[in-house]
Design a binder for this molecule. Structure first.
Ligand code: G3D
Ligand code: MG
Length: 178
């Protein structure tokens, strides 16, 4: 079985749920006692992806920057070599979606444009008739502009979390094969 290891960066404003999404995907739990740490955490998760006749074993190295994302320009060493990027916005704070194009510009500064996905996170907090919320059309607009598939995720319930990471994994393989 062919095996590959790829770097994936989580990007988005403070407290949108980046660390929680990684934790849900990698360890399948949600910890509301979690305290932000300073620095970068790299978590690893291996998934199997069917590609034509065979199965590819893809190890996603998930880079999660803690702390100062709002205050400093993203360090080039954090972004360099990213094969894929998971952008994260918080549905309870619409301005966190407006911030995303700037992160993508930072990524494009350091290397070739990687596949992107957009997680509109904390869908569990939107409640009933959430499909009518203006923040959703805003998220759709940003996703379209950045050509990033959009998922409505919840790190709390696990909704769409596995799906968005797997879709990103598939995009990374397809991108690689070109
Ligand atoms: P960050 O890594 O992007 O900075 P965190 O964000 O993962 O640390 O999450 C920030 C806060 O949002 C945390 O709450 C966390 O529990 C909460 N959170 C993350 N994802 C979700 C979600 O999908 N639904 C809900 N309801 N909450 C979420 P605290 O209270 O610890 O600040
Ligand atoms: Mg974090």
């Amino acid at each position: 079985m062919p095996a590959l290891s790829k770097k994936v960066c989580l990007l988005g404003d403070f407290a949108v749920g980046k660390t929680s999404l990684v934790r849900r995907f990698v360890y399948d739990y949600f910890d509301d006692q979690y305290l932000s740490t300073i620095g970068v955490k790299v978590s690893r998760k291996t998934i199997n992806i069917a590609q034509g006749e065979h199965i590819v074993e893809l190890t996603m190295m998930l880079w999660d920057l803690a702390g100062s994302e709002e205050f400093t320009h993203l360090r080039a060493s954090y972004l360099r070599g990213a094969a894929g990027v998971l952008l994260v916005g918080d549905l309870t704070r619409p301005q966190t979606f407006d911030a995303l194009p700037r992160y993508v510009a930072d990524v494009d500064q350091v290397g070739p444009h990687p596949p992107l996905m957009l997680a509109a996170n904390k869908i569990d907090l939107l409640g009933d008739n959430s499909s009518e919320r203006p923040v959703l059309s805003q998220a759709q607009g940003i996703a379209q502009m950045l050509a990033a598939p959009l998922y409505l995720t919840s790190a709390l319930t696990g909704d769409e979390v596995e799906k968005i990471f797997r879709h990103l994994g598939r995009m990374i393989l397809d991108h690689d094969a070109r």
